[in-house]
Design a protein around this ligand. Structure first.
Ligand code: PLP
Length: 401
């Protein structure tokens, strides 16, 4: 008899579990729209040309595999903060940003969560309803209490802006407010610049601390600056804030686990102290981060010609997703004779579309049509080809009605 008799079976992950079910399906028609990973029109994974070039450079230079410092690669930390805030941002120039390289978006969020638990034990984190499934796990495991603010309005398949402001206002002063910098996951619904401003007003009034999760910079609109404008609005107001960054999507470095946590502070002295504590938390968790992805990012951002090429490839990826989005909308509008307005699909941004399909309807998509997706009705348009849009529209209409 095992000592592990009391260990019960863990439920499958709601997102990664979808990929497991997809692999087990033998149908030719099957589509994996569960996981948020970019595919080519041939539905194959894509390694960016700039990544290959950066890796080639690394080989040529004969870079070694020595440990990085706890805070990661200097050149990466500098590049990543500048990409996010803009190189000429006063916060950077004044040395008020603590940046620590971490294990992609997830690891960076987790590190910040551990910091919050340690230094703000009475604070709560407010997260959007709905949000990326892993947010709740991250704060639960870090023992940081959280509650939800209204975000999605099922009636309009749009933003419940009034509800959001009310909930952020009603929260205890000095709460953390988790915000998706761009391309909200799972809904694809982002506030407008005017709405961001109002959100900042309320956050400032309430003395809350904004905590941005930026997993899609450059991938949403195709422009790095445009996708960072929400974060920069808050920094321009002089607020102290957290930003977790990921290069999984915009550089296609999913398995390299490269990202960072940035804490903008009101003084350089505070930034130095915060950074020292982030390092102190990282050391017993994983000692120091992996170097490969950090070097790729530093090489791409640090080389003007590679940087330009990256922007072009990003536009290409964002553009392909926009084309797929348009094609799905066209097919739905064409095939649906009920007169339902599907234009919310075009208003959404980023990799995902929130279809409004409920749990049972999502199950029909999978069981009858072999379309694998999360049960909340989210589909990854990045996993869809133009050629499959018509099939998908038929499946959605069949499942919807
Ligand atoms: N945050 C959001 C909102 C995401 O959608 C994702 C990935 O899907 C992540 C963070 C983190 O991803 P990673 O840990 O691969 O960087």
């Amino acid at each position: 008899v095992s000592r592990f008799e009391d260990v019960v079976m863990a439920p499958p992950d709601p997102i990664l579990g979808v990929s497991e079910a997809f692999r087990a399906d033998t149908s030719d028609m099957k589509l994996n729209l569960g996981v948020g990973a970019y595919r080519t029109e041939e539905l194959q994974p894509y390694v960016l040309n700039v990544v290959k070039k950066a890796e080639y450079l690394m080989l040529e230079r004969g870079e070694n595999k020595e440990y990085l410092p706890i805070e990661g690669l200097d050149a990466f930390n500098k590049a990543t903060a500048e990409l996010l805030f803009g190189a000429d941002n006063p916060a950077i120039q004044q040395g008020r940003v603590a940046t620590v390289q971490s294990l992609s978006g997830t690891g960076s969020l987790r590190l910040a969560a551990a910091f919050i638990q340690r230094y703000f034990p009475d604070a709560k984190v407010l997260i959007s309803s709905p949000t990326w499934g892993n947010h709740k796990n991250i704060f639960n495991d870090a023992r940081v209490p959280w509650s939800e603010y209204r975000y999605y309005d099922p009636r309009t398949v749009g933003l419940d802006f009034e509800g959001m402001l009310e909930d952020v206002k009603a929260a205890q002063d000095g709460s953390f407010v988790l915000l998706h910098g761009c391309a909200h996951n799972p809904t694809g619904i982002d506030p407008t610049p005017e709405q961001w401003s109002k959100i900042a007003d309320v956050i400032e009034e309430k003395n809350h601390i904004p905590f941005f999760d930026v997993a899609y910079q450059g991938f949403a609109s195709g422009s790095l600056d445009e996708d960072a404008s929400s974060v920069r609005t808050f920094v321009d107001r002089g607020l102290e804030l957290f930003v977790a960054q990921s290069y999984s999507k915009n550089l296609g470095l999913y398995s390299e686990r490269i990202g960072a946590i940035n804490v903008v502070c009101s003084s350089p002295d505070a930034a130095t102290r915060v950074k020292s504590q982030l390092k102190r938390i990282a050391r017993p968790m994983y000692s120091n981060p992996p170097v490969h992805g950090a070097r790729i990012v530093a090489n791409v951002v640090g080389d003007p010609s590679l940087f330009d090429e990256w922007k072009q490839e990003m536009e290409l990826m964002a553009g392909r997703i926009k084309n797929v989005r348009q094609r799905v909308f066209d097919n739905l509008s064409d095939k649906d004779k009920s007169g339902k307005d599907w234009s919310f699909i075009l208003t959404q941004i980023g990799m995902f579309s929130y279809t409004g399909l409920n749990n049972a309807q999502s199950n029909n998509m999978t069981n009858k049509w072999h379309v694998y997706m999360t049960k909340d009705g989210r589909i990854s348009l990045a996993g869809l080809s133009l050629a499959k849009c018509e099939y998908l529209a038929e499946a959605i209409i069949d499942s919807f009605y």
